[in-house]
Ligand binder design. Structure first.
Ligand code: SIN
Ligand code: CO
Length: 386
């Protein structure tokens, strides 16, 4: 089921996955009443001024497009110039819980496939130009209006404009288009050309983006991880060496042994699964969500006994893999091996945004230890509304 504030009542997520996900775009109109824009343009401008936040401004001039990288001081927005421009801020969900909350209705897609929420602000005519992305994206119209046009499927052979920093399409031909109002949403699959232009000032768009690791990214990061654990003395050895007819030949059994040294390590599926869980759940930016004060186990027990609920940090990444009878839970880059009955709790943690523990669970030291670790890394916090 989905959050009615974004998807219209009765939206069929199974049909969406079958007919549209990774296949073709879909315009989803809101009902015009439920939507509330989560942050103001000023909040976004403030975030764009912070160090460590990825922010860009794209300005459209008569002849070309100009790209600037943040952080941007407030004075940059005081004299913005007359040309249409847009500000884009990446991973706003990491910094603003109101934006992270936008992700919840998309849980019909596995957690690990969800990337981040990018937020853009544009003046009339502003946009990033026609382009295609390598990932699925839901473009939620937050404030003001934007005309979206979509085109055909693109790939590495598609012609791009000669521009050092922006990958804009040289020949964009629109095949369909709509003006989106607040609460409307456009789903665009990877590779489909699209172009969004603000219609009027104060246009804000929230892009809920998904991740699909490239083969190159996977191999490079998996190898980096493996290399950290390999010692210099782990080497080719041939105590059974016999004299060869031609000393110039790299013999087949030597090749087989060398090749096995690589493939046995790279092909360790269990080790790969454990590594991937930690890798994919790690926060995108360097964030510190830990609370100011540590919570003692007794205080945690008392809070639960008093009926308090824990709420998941909406920007936190929870995932798990099955391993034997148990599961390994991954939360924001940390892993927790959870066996036996404990596995059920881990599965619950990965699927719920609100947790209330019963008396039996509170008596388990292992449970309290896990919950405490998650609270201390800021992945769960007490629900102040309870
Ligand atoms: C935007 O918000 O202007 C750009 C989003 C996108 O095209 O991916
Ligand atoms: Co795009």
């Amino acid at each position: 089921m989905t959050d009615p504030s974004i998807f219209p009542p009765g939206f069929d997520t199974a049909a969406f996955l079958r007919d549209h996900w990774q296949k073709k775009p879909l315009l989803i109109r809101g009902d015009g009443t439920a939507w509330r824009n989560p942050i103001d343009p000023d909040d976004l401008a403030g975030l764009a001024g912070e160090d460590g936040v990825e922010a860009r401004i794209v300005t459209r001039t008569k002849k070309t497009w100009k790209l600037e990288h943040g952080p941007f001081k407030a004075s940059r927005f005081a004299k913005p110039g007359k040309k249409p421009w847009t500000l884009l801020v990446q991973a706003v969900d990491h910094a603003m819980p109101e934006v992270a909350a936008l992700i919840e209705p998309f849980r019909f897609v596995p957690n690990w496939r969800i990337d981040d929420v990018m937020v853009s602000y544009a003046v009339d005519g502003g946009g990033v130009g026609p382009h295609f992305d390598q990932y699925d994206v839901f473009l939620i119209q937050g404030l003001g209006r934007r005309r979206w046009q979509i085109g055909s499927r693109c790939d590495a052979a598609t012609a791009l404009l000669a521009h050092d920093d922006l990958r804009l399409l040289a020949d964009f031909v629109a095949t369909d288009g709509w003006v989106l109002e607040p609460g409307d949403m456009l789903y665009v699959p990877p590779g489909i050309a699209h172009d969004g232009v603000a219609v009027g000032d104060d246009c804000m768009t929230y892009s809920v983006g998904f991740r699909a690791p490239s083969r190159a990214e996977l191999i490079s990061n998996w190898c980096d991880h493996l290399l950290d654990g390999l010692g210099d003395d782990d080497r080719y050895a041939d105590p059974d060496l016999a004299e060869q007819a031609n000393p110039g030949e790299i013999a087949p059994d030597a090749i087989a042994r060398l090749h096995a040294m690589v493939t046995e390590t790279l092909g360790d599926r269990a080790a790969f699964a454990r590594w991937f869980g930690g890798y994919t759940s790690a926060p995108k930016n360097d964030v510190d969500w830990s609370p100011d004060a540590l919570i003692e186990p007794e205080a945690l027990r008392e809070a639960f006994a008093g009926g308090a609920a824990l709420r998941r940090n909406p920007a936190s990444r929870f995932a798990f893999i099955r391993e034997g009878d148990g599961v390994v839970l991954f939360v924001d880059g940390q892993s927790f091996a959870c066996d036996g009955e404990f596995a059920a709790l881990a599965e619950r943690l990965a699927s719920t945004d609100r947790l209330v523990l019963d008396a039996a669970a509170m008596n388990s030291d292992a449970t309290i230890k896990l919950i405490r670790a998650l609270v201390e890394q800021g992945s769960f916090g007490f629900d102040l509304k309870d």
